[in-house]
Design a protein around this ligand. Sequence first.
Ligand code: BES
Ligand code: MN
Ligand code: ZN
Length: 498
Amino acid sequence: MNVGHVSSIEAVSHDTPLLVLPVHESEDETRDHKAEVLAPAGLSEVIAGTCPAEDLKHKPGESAFVYLKEGGGPRRVLLLGAGKRSEFDLEAARRFAGYAVRAAESVGVTGLTAYLGSDVSADAAQAATEGAVLAAWRFTEMKSPDEDDGPVDVSDFAVMVDPEDLDAAEAGVQVGDAVGRGANFARTLQSRPGNVATPSHLADEASRMAGECGLEVTVLGPEELEAERMYALLSVAQGSDQEPRLIVLRHNGGPDGEAPLVLVGKGLTFDAGGISIKPASGMEDMIFDMSGGAAVIGAMQAIGELKVPLNVVGIVPSSENLINGRAMKPGDIIRSREGKTIEVVNTDAEGRLILADALSYAQTFDPAVIVDCATLTGSIVIALGHHAAGVFSTDEDLVDELREAGDRSGERCWPLPLWDDYRRQIDSRVADLVNVGGRAGGSITAACFLKEFVGECRWAHLDIAGTAYGEGKLSYQRKGAAGFPTRLLVDWVRSRAG
Ligand code: BES
Ligand code: MN
Ligand code: ZN
């Protein structure tokens, strides 16, 4: 998608198939809504005919088309509900732009401009651009062209702002574009099925992206993993014909030797459960079990493109969790890279195994902070549903940072405890740890398990099983891959750069 910014001075003559104007809810029903909506964009004199006040819907997503008098300028104007002005926050701007793109699709046009009103900040322009870029994304690569019955591909988007806000808009649009494309890259990787997006495929895609964005990349295969004694990752992978990979992406934006931020993402490209096999119904969703890894790869793309002035490392342990004659069995005891032994009572709790070795490996970078994200537990869906990820950390400042990044980016997270009372549930009779702590507090005991592998490092874990993919209810989403938490990660990393 091509993105840009234009001045509202040009509204009347701006050549676009679709100009979208926000209609905010007014406290005062007697106010002249038409003048309020059209006048700021200089359009009140050029509207053909009248626009009855009752056509001006203000609820988010409600809308009405109006048309200009003959000659140049926007081909059509959409008056799009934007809710209360006082509630028009970054997420509202994101959704507004999402609805605007859906409106373009509904009339079959590929370009649009959205006026954002007065006093537009760089953050608001960023959020609107994210909304548009995310909304326009579709996963079509596996469909034959003549079978594609979806909407047009919207390819051009501009934010329109008042002249004094043009500099802020320019900066915001550039960031929103990078973040949106990073999230869309994650969504494309998420959407590719297990027979396409194998661990080696993820590594190839990360390597290609790294070449394009100036990141360093290292990929560890079975021999290197063996040399690193990453037997927890290798044990999960031994049940499948696909070789595991550990993908390492490096963005050296900070001074040499400065401690990096390390992002770790679960890259389980298909989770059948192993010998502790999952039920057949809904198992196809387990192509999304690499969503954390996809988000880390997408975030690293955006971080590289935006030249964030920090050192950042992205690590993605990647494997399948299947069944063959060599597959890990319930009762097996394995040794992790860190040295702790793990009794595997359920082979379906594999994410924490591959993450254990990745988190241990992450420490070789002497990180300032490690943040991992993983579709780790079904139990986080029971706890928080689909509207927030769980965030786990013993570092309260880090939890605050991630919650604030979540609020700004629209990818929210909510804290759960890591108390020692829960830790006792993963004591093993025969090994150092057991990989499942029972049904009670399943997301917390999983996080307690990960905590055993981060040493003394500042660390937080995001459980994204409820948020990484879904029904696509938001205007800028579609059913399937959500790209979560690419935006959160980029926002957090950028916030650390000050
Ligand atoms: N990948 C799943 C978690 C998951 C569940 C992701 C639902 C997305 C949606 C994970 O590997 C898993 O199987 N977890 C088990 C753990 C259990 C065996 C302790 C679970 O949550 O049921
Ligand atoms: Mn599993
Ligand atoms: Zn899994």
